[in-house]
Design a protein around this ligand. Structure first.
Ligand SMILES: Nc1ncnc2c1ncn2[C@@H]1O[C@H](COP(=O)(O)OP(=O)(O)OP(=O)(O)O)[C@@H](O)[C@H]1O
Ligand SMILES: Nc1nc2c(ncn2[C@@H]2O[C@H](COP(=O)(O)O)[C@@H](O)[C@H]2O)c(=O)[nH]1
Length: 211
């Protein structure tokens, strides 16, 4: 059985990661979603265990000490992290999993899972990023300003990613990510690996020089 794909969807706050991820999950119900842990307070309508596992700082520290997190990062005054066991279990069952996380965390995932697929979601413009973050109406103006200033630094980490996807239209962004997943699955097909091993054996046997 092939291991599942680890897809990391990342990008600045307000670019639309949550929106695009939700649309992708509606389209691909078999895609598993990694629920993160956070010390931030729940927003209206957010449910513990569905949107996040809401933790106190003490509980979060304990998770770090127990090495229960695959990655974690401090972002605009709160901690966020990916529970490790769930990700590893899902991948070993051959299922694809998507992480929706900020960029420092994505770079840490790359170190631990070099085979992970890192997708950076970009806004069509910085003005639209600002408008989306403001329009969502979930943060104070001070937090919005802080998140926007961090966004500029975050975009400098684009070079660490495998793909950049512009979130102009939700459906179009979804289709692009779905195409990336299909291409990455093709690359990982076990039979391809076996074919290469077989070809290598033949090449050695027949003394054919490598091209
Ligand atoms: N393609 C799009 N066109 C217009 N509006 C969009 C688009 N994608 C998302 N939005 C809107 O932008 C706002 C921010 O989206 P969302 O909450 O998904 O961002 P996010 O990247 O997950 O943010 P955060 O990192 O803070 O959780 C929401 O109000 C959402 O409806
Ligand atoms: N490094 C991690 N970042 C995460 C994780 N879960 C969510 N996030 C990102 O944090 C910011 C802020 O999120 P918000 O819900 O407060 O708006 C955003 O970019 C999220 O994607 C995680 O496990 N690790």
């Amino acid at each position: 059985m092939n291991r599942g794909l680890l897809i990391v969807l990342s990008g600045p706050s307000g670019v639309g990661k949550g929106t695009v991820c939700a649309a992708l999950r509606r389209k691909l119900p078999e895609l598993t979603y990694s629920v993160s842990a956070t010390t931030r307070s729940p927003r209206a309508g957010e449910i513990d265990g569905v949107n996040y596992f809401f933790k106190t700082r003490e509980q979060f520290k304990d998770m770090i000490e127990r090495d229960a997190l695959l990655e974690h990062a401090e972002y605009v005054g709160n901690y966020y992290g990916t529970p490790r066991d769930f990700v590893e279990k899902t991948l070993s069952e051959g299922k694809d999993i998507i992480l929706e996380i900020e960029v420092q965390g994505a770079v840490k995932v790359r170190e631990k899972f070099p085979e992970g697929v890192l997708v950076f979601l970009l806004p069509p413009s910085l003005q639209q990023l600002k408008d989306r973050l403001t329009g969502r109406g979930t943060e104070t103006q001070a937090t919005i300003d802080h998140r926007l200033s961090v966004a500029v630094e975050e975009m400098n980490l684009l070079e660490h990613y495998d793909y950049a996807v512009v979130n102009d239209e939700i459906d179009a962004a979804c289709r692009r990510i779905e195409s990336i997943m299909i291409a990455e699955h093709c690359k990982r097909e076990r039979f391809l690996h076996e074919l290469f091993v077989e070809l290598e054996g033949l090449r050695e046997k027949q003394n054919i020089p490598e091209r």
